[in-house]
Design a protein around this ligand. Structure first.
Ligand SMILES: NC(=O)c1ccc[n+]([C@@H]2O[C@H](COP(=O)([O-])OP(=O)(O)OC[C@H]3O[C@@H](n4cnc5c(N)ncnc54)[C@H](O)[C@@H]3O)[C@@H](O)[C@H]2O)c1
Ligand SMILES: [Zn+2]
Length: 692
């Protein structure tokens, strides 16, 4: 086969991009991930730059958005609605700043004033007001021709999602064109998808598509049922901004708020690139805390006269650009699906995917919560799927892309028998999940053991799934208490199996060392807190939070074991069902016996110590880059639980910087200021109470 010529490749890329544009802008159901789309776009732009004879005025590199759908009336934008150029690195940001200086003839040392705004991940609309009244509203469309969605827009904000789109403005110029983003807040998105599911309709892949799909309805009454919000970020007056009462973008934003629009409280004025970068870092840290999705920050030259002088190049203004975050979504292929059996016997589909980079980490597994979800999303082995990671550690499988199937894909069938113990698998009436019915299922026991040893439970480092599986399969461990009775030579054997000794090491040295290690870990784990201990037991309905409540209430193991249903119900935040489940567990003589043996082995479950005096107490910590073991939120919660504070940017007041994968400018800053920097391993050690 011969390589396609540049002309053929360019044509193929244009075809792919046009199809993707149609799916994304017109149908609101994308068939590519954003990074895939961006890669194709960059390839095409590079080809066209290298071979100018291949450039076409109608190429996707030259055009904004997609063609407006024929289903809507047409609105011609008086001023075209442009896209935003992309910058991805510090160097590109500096280039942007240098270009602004050059084009305006400013001295290099004079800092430019920029307005920084979160890049909202919704869809852009334009609203026309005359004499203060809302006249017409439209989508961006192809930048010049938008879709008339006036009626639909009138309903935005009616459900109280935010102020929405005001019907009348206070004190606005005679004709005013307002631009901004229609979006769905994350919680509204989740609730809306739930509702769509219950009605048997197709849920949306992400809040952006949901906002676009909700607004671009033929029947405005459907739009009215969707909790859409609007945030304004641009205002134009015919005759140039000369006819308008403002000279700076920042003033425009203030004016928009005064007219009655919601503007973004996160917007900031920044002087020079140092402040621009600091803002970007701060927002990157906080992005998952914001109530809506953002996919970057937008940098805009503040001075409107300068904006005019800078103008635009094809589809991008030269006075603004978007700094995009690492992608949250990617497409990848499903290699395999299998059912994993958890500690409560629930079978969960585990989806193994071809490894991809996602918000700063390499991903090879994704979750589907249960069979219903797998069927609904129609995920098959061999499928290309869209996966999404929004703050959590393991990403979620969002959808399959049936448009890109080859016919080789296979559906995954849930086994009728437990893949581990062979017992029957049942799905009870009204239950969403399949469960292994084996009362002595080793997989369940392995699940319970790893939970018991988990970081938030007894915290036995090194007792993972593999080791637990070995202990169970050899019969060494039948319950938690057995763990503390395993003999040293059995640990050695456990570590010796299937292992090649390390290069240069004497045989047996490695297993011996590992055995010493685990014994030390187990010994250490005996000094624990009641909260951790109760969590470790894996009592149905008792997670970390309930364990903490119970620990506070009872203060010791014995009164907890003795408590009847009524007393348990009286504990704050413990409902009747939970109380019943707890009592059923503690009422089981076998369970009582295991607890007694644990205590006899030397486990001491003390009441929670006050959080003072630990390493993190009173310290300010900055997190940067992606951590592999915890989400940002979890890491933050752990630090706060120990009396520390998490800040967004590095300063002289910072005590510690935790640097995960792909940490950037904050790491540099910390090194400049001489702030202590630790990696993930060290951070975990400090959290576990290790010596600083
Ligand atoms: N997955 C796909 O198949 C597919 C198809 C087409 C486009 N896309 C995605 O869309 C991108 C191109 O879309 P685009 O042209 O809309 O560019 P863009 O989304 O990169 O940037 C322009 C848009 O940013 C938005 N925006 C958000 N906050 C803003 C603020 N504070 N100020 C100004 N504007 C703000 C506006 O809607 C504006 O139209 C691609 O890079 C790709 O990621 C994906
Ligand atoms: Zn089983």
């Amino acid at each position: 086969m011969t390589e396609p010529s540049a002309a053929e490749r360019a044509e193929a890329l244009r075809g792919q991009l046009r199809a993707a544009d149609h799916a994304y802008y017109v149908l609101d159901q994308p068939i590519l991930s954003d990074p895939e789309y961006d890669r194709l776009m960059r390839e095409l732009a590079a080809l066209e730059a290298e071979h100018p004879e291949l450039a076409r005025p109608d190429s996707p590199t030259q055009r904004v958005g997609g063609a407006p759908s024929e289903r809507f009336g047409r609105v011609v934008h008086r001023e075209p609605m442009l896209s935003l150029g992309n910058v991805q690195t510090d160097e590109e940001l500096d280039e942007l700043d240098a270009r602004v200086h050059r084009l305006l003839g400013l001295p290099a040392e004079e800092p430019v004033r920029y307005v920084l705004e979160p890049k909202l991940d919704g869809l852009a609309v334009e609203l026309v007001y005359e004499d203060g009244a809302f006249l017409q509203g439209s989508t961006r469309g192809d930048g010049v021709n938008g879709e008339d969605v006036t009626q639909n827009l009138r309903t935005v904000g009616r459900l109280g999602a935010n102020r929405g789109i005001p019907a009348r403005l206070a004190g606005a110029p005679r004709r005013l064109e307002v631009r901004g983003e229609v979006l769905l807040q994350k919680e509204h998105f989740a609730a809306m998808n739930q509702l769509l599911l219950r009605q048997g309709e197709e849920p949306f892949a992400n809040p952006r598509n949901a906002a676009a799909g909700s607004l671009r309805q033929l029947d405005w009454r459907v739009t009215a049922t969707r909790p859409l919000s609007f945030i304004a970020y641009e205002a134009l007056v015919p005759g140039g901004d000369g006819g308008a009462p403002w000279r700076h973008h920042w003033e425009k934003l203030q004016a928009l708020a005064a007219y009655g629009f919601e503007t973004n409280p996160e917007n900031r004025l920044c002087l020079g690139m140092g402040e621009v970068k600091a803002y970007r870092d701060r927002m990157a840290d906080r992005r998952f805390e914001l109530p809506y999705d953002t996919d970057g920050v937008v940098v805009k030259v503040d001075d409107l006269d300068w904006q005019r002088r800078l103008g635009a190049a094809s589809k991008f203004p030269r006075w603004a650009a978007a700094f995009k975050y690492p992608p949250q979504e990617e497409t990848t292929r499903v290699r395999q699906i299998w059912a994993s059996v958890g500690r409560t016997g629930v079978l969960t589909p585990v989806v193994e995917v071809e490894p991809v980079r996602l918000s700063g980490a390499t991903i090879s597994r994704a979750t589907l919560h249960n069979e219903d979800e797998m069927r609904r999303k129609d995920i098959r082995v061999g499928d290309l799927v869209l996966i999404r990671r929004a703050g959590e550690v393991i990403p979620e499988v969002v959808k399959s892309i049936p448009e890109r199937r080859t016919g080789e894909e296979r559906e995954f069938v849930f086994p009728e028998h437990c893949p581990v113990c062979g017992a029957r698998v049942v799905r009870e009436e009204g239950e969403k999940v399949y469960r292994c019915t084996g009362s002595a299922c080793p997989a369940q026991l392995v699940g319970r053991l790893t939970h018991f040893a988990g970081r938030r439970a007894m915290d036995v480092d090194g007792l993972g799934e593999k080791l637990a599986a070995h202990l169970v399969s050899t019969g060494l461990v039948k319950d938690f208490a057995d763990l503390y009775a395993v003999r040293f030579e059995d640990w050695q054997k456990a570590f010796g199996r299937n292992r090649k000794p390390a290069e240069g090491a004497k045989p047996q040295e490695l297993p011996e060392k590992s055995a010493q290690n685990i014994v030390a870990q187990l010994e250490r784990s005996k000094q624990t807190t009641l909260r951790r201990f109760l969590n470790a037991l894996g009592i149905p309905q008792v997670g970390e939070a309930t364990a903490a409540t119970l620990a506070r209430h009872f203060g010791a193991v014995e009164p907890f074991l003795a408590a009847g249903e009524e007393e348990l119900t009286a504990v704050r935040d413990v409902g009747e069902e939970t109380a019943r489940e707890i009592r059923a567990w503690t009422g089981e003589p076998q369970n009582q016996e295991v607890v007694r043996r644990l205590l006899a082995a030397g486990v001491v479950a003390a009441p929670e110590p006050a959080a003072v005096g630990g390493f993190f107490a009173g310290k300010t910590v900055v997190l940067t880059g992606a951590l592999a073991r915890r989400s940002r939120d979890e890491a933050k919660a752990e630090i706060e639980r120990r009396g520390g504070k998490v800040a967004g940017s590095v300063s002289r007041k910072t005590h510690l910087v935790v640097a995960g994968e792909e940490s950037g400018s904050k790491l540099k800053k910390a090194q400049e200021l001489g702030v202590r920097v630790v990696g993930e391993e060290e951070f975990e050690r400090l959290l576990a109470g290790g010596e600083p």
